[in-house]
Design a binder for this molecule. Sequence first.
Ligand SMILES: *[C@@H]1O[C@H](CO)[C@@H](O)[C@H](O)[C@H]1NC(C)=O
Ligand SMILES: *[C@@H]1O[C@H](CO)[C@@H](O)[C@H](O)[C@H]1NC(C)=O
Length: 213
Amino acid sequence: MATDGAFQVAIIALTVAVFVAIQYLSKLFLSRQRANNRTALQSNRHFIQGSQFLARARSAAAKNSSQSQSLAKQALAEAESAAALSPKDPAPLVLKSVALDLLGHKAAALKAIDSALSPPRGKALQGKERGDALVKRAELKVAVNRRRRVDSAIEDLTEAVQLGAGGEKGYCLLGQCYEWKGSKEDAKWAYSEALKFEPNSKLALDALGGLSS
Ligand SMILES: *[C@@H]1O[C@H](CO)[C@@H](O)[C@H](O)[C@H]1NC(C)=O
Ligand SMILES: *[C@@H]1O[C@H](CO)[C@@H](O)[C@H](O)[C@H]1NC(C)=O
């Protein structure tokens, strides 16, 4: 069960990283102002390289962990360069957070996603993009300090699902948070919502089985 949870969480992180990168890049290429701005172009370049290192780090993770860690470090360095050049942009901080998470630095990863979401920078993250970042923050909150942060993780997940983010995995994490709080009925509701996205969700079905026995 614990292993299953960790696996699911890793998948959420992957979805978030890829999604944010694609959103961010499509926005960049549509922005002519940025195309005429040298600093922004350099920042984009670091961000794109960082996203590529991260993608490679993830695909190496199962095969060669030392190679994966060294790629994640390169992704982190690129994210930091992008963030230094575009301090008002949340996307490099999201990338930084995912890289730190992959390196096992959960508390630092939480701090980075927190600053990505904080105003005024966080205003640039909207809709599903904000929702995905909120799911990521919730996941890190429970990883860093479940006991103290479960309520604020629930707040993040509630907003995220209202924004249409998270899907099956977001609702499963929400259900898990309610279980940790002892709120069985809320947990059942969240797992049933997860089944609307993925009727065969093993995580949701197992959890519901456990809750009704
Ligand atoms: C893992 O990657 C490192 C560096 O990229 C390489 O030197 C090493 O041989 C690889 N190990 C395996 C088991 O493939
Ligand atoms: C150029 O881009 C940087 C980084 O995104 C930004 O901080 C700066 O305000 C932009 N400058 C102009 C003139 O648009």
